[in-house]
Design a protein around this ligand. Structure first.
Ligand code: MG
Length: 450
């Protein structure tokens, strides 16, 4: 895998110290200080070991541009989004590489709306960064500390049936993978009356397994859910915006059903449009169909989903990778919101999670990351468009081939130097055939396969 710094609508990401280091962070801090009109900036980080050295560099650069820095400490990305959204007169920066392995780090930049910078804002920030049009203020800013954890938890509790969840006294196993959840999730769930067993709590920042919450990384969680006879198991990514789960039998449910359950819960209470990204499971269309709710699909990236949600006044949305966005709390993917909505659904239905899931249609999905040089990506995309030109295509983000019995979506990742392949079908055999078809396509044009 190459180590280039990735720049996208999800911020910047790279390997420490080669492609992301104090020098680069300092320059980005100066650029953001110039970009942001507001004087106040909330700054937090995830648990990564390189987080502290990058944090001091970032603070220094923001102070030089005259910003007052409000340190939130090690914090979930959704908590900082929440703080910035409620403040309305501040920016926010989070030092995190989200679901990437521990040797990576990065920065997520927020606008004063509390959401990630959109394409236009991102372009502006990058222009300042590249042209080095920085502004050094004669009087530097000041440093403050800030803790809004209680307000954040209370806002989530307020938006679910807390009493009903408390009555259920759920036993929950949570795998925080040495990420920010290690400092927040136990108390969050205990606030909902749960009996909590936490996995991979320490040492902070040294991840015991691949920290991306997906099927392949949930085996330890599954084992422990059975061992402790828990009602459900959750897994969070290192900055706490994504969530995956296993049922009470230890069966791995994965991350796509997190959004499906959350959408069902909200639509049962309140009708309205749903917004998801192009790679999200078709199960969302089935669920929305039952409630006569419209589904909008966007490009991949939280801010793309959020901006559409605001435009269409969506009641719930998110990304199928376990990112639930519930605007009543704030406009950002939030694993804490996801846990609360799923527990609420279990509590109000009075059913075990496996029983609830029985009523949902079954889809088969495969997600693959294919390492590829960035130069080869446009060539591959062109070949795809040409080869499948007679089929139903969606070209909003990469190439999505849509068929009656499933779909294939291929796009360049914004956060890693890889191609992302997602295939979903209604039967298992079709999934194998679609995957084989894509592999044959790659072979015929001599594209790498792993
Ligand atoms: Mg994340």
């Amino acid at each position: 895998m190459n180590d280039e710094l990735k720049i996208s609508v999800s911020g910047i990401r790279g390997k420490y110290p080669d492609s992301i280091n104090p020098e680069i962070v300092y320059k980005f801090g100066l650029a953001y200080g110039k970009f942001l009109k507001e004087k106040k900036v909330y700054v937090g980080r995830d648990t990564r070991l390189s987080g502290e050295v990058l944090l001091y560099s970032l603070i220094s650069s923001l102070l030089i541009t005259g910003k007052d820095v409000f340190l939130t400490g090690i914090s979930p990305t959704p908590l900082i989004e929440f703080i910035v959204e409620k403040d309305r007169k501040a920016g926010g920066v989070i030092i995190t590489a989200s679901h990437n392995p521990s040797q990576y780090n990065g920065i997520k930049f927020l606008s004063s709306k509390g959401t990630f910078l959109n394409e236009r804002e991102n372009k502006k920030l990058m222009e300042i960064y590249k042209n080095e049009k920085f502004e050094i203020k004669e009087e530097p800013g000041k440093v403050f500390t800030c803790d809004k954890t209680t307000e954040f938890f209370e806002e989530i509790y307020k938006n679910v049936n807390k009493k009903e969840i408390e009555k259920s006294k759920f036993k929950v196993v949570i795998d925080v993978c040495q990420g920010v959840g290690a400092l927040f999730t136990k108390s969050f769930l205990e606030g909902l009356g749960c009996d909590v067993k936490i996995l991979n709590e320490k040492p902070y920042g040294v991840f015991s397994h691949d920290p991306e919450p997906k099927r392949e990384t949930l085996k330890q969680l599954s084992f422990n859910v059975k061992k402790f006879m828990a009602d459900i198991g959750f897994a969070q990514d290192p900055d706490g915006d994504r969530l995956a789960m296993v049922d009470e039998k230890g069966q791995i449910i994965g991350e796509e059903m997190v959004l499906a359950l959350s959408v069902t819960n909200i639509l049962e209470k309140k009708k309205g449009p749903v917004v998801v990204n192009l790679s999200t499971s078709s199960i969302i269309d089935d669920i929305a169909g039952k409630f006569n709710a419209k589904v909008y699909r966007t490009k991949i990236g939280e801010v793309n989903v959020v901006e559409k949600m605001k435009r269409v006044k969506s009641v719930i949305g998110g990304e199928g990778n376990g990112g639930v966005i519930f605007p009543s709390v704030h406009y950002g993917r939030d694993s804490f919101v996801g846990m609360a909505l799923i527990l609420e659904y279990m509590a109000t239905k009075g059913k075990k999670i496996s029983e609830i899931l029985k009523d949902f249609p079954e889809y088969f999905m495969v997600k693959k990351k294919i390492p590829i040089s960035s130069k080869k990506i446009p060539v591959l995309m062109e070949k795809l468009k040409e080869t499948y030109r007679k089929e139903r295509l969606n070209l909003l983000d990469g190439v999505k081939i849509i068929r009656k019995d499933g779909w294939i979506h291929i796009r360049a990742s914004g956060t890693e130097p890889v191609l992302r392949l997602i295939i979903e079908t209604k039967d298992r055999e079709k999934l194998r055939l679609y995957l084989e078809e894509f592999e044959n396509f790659c072979k015929s044009y001599d594209f790498p396969q792993k």
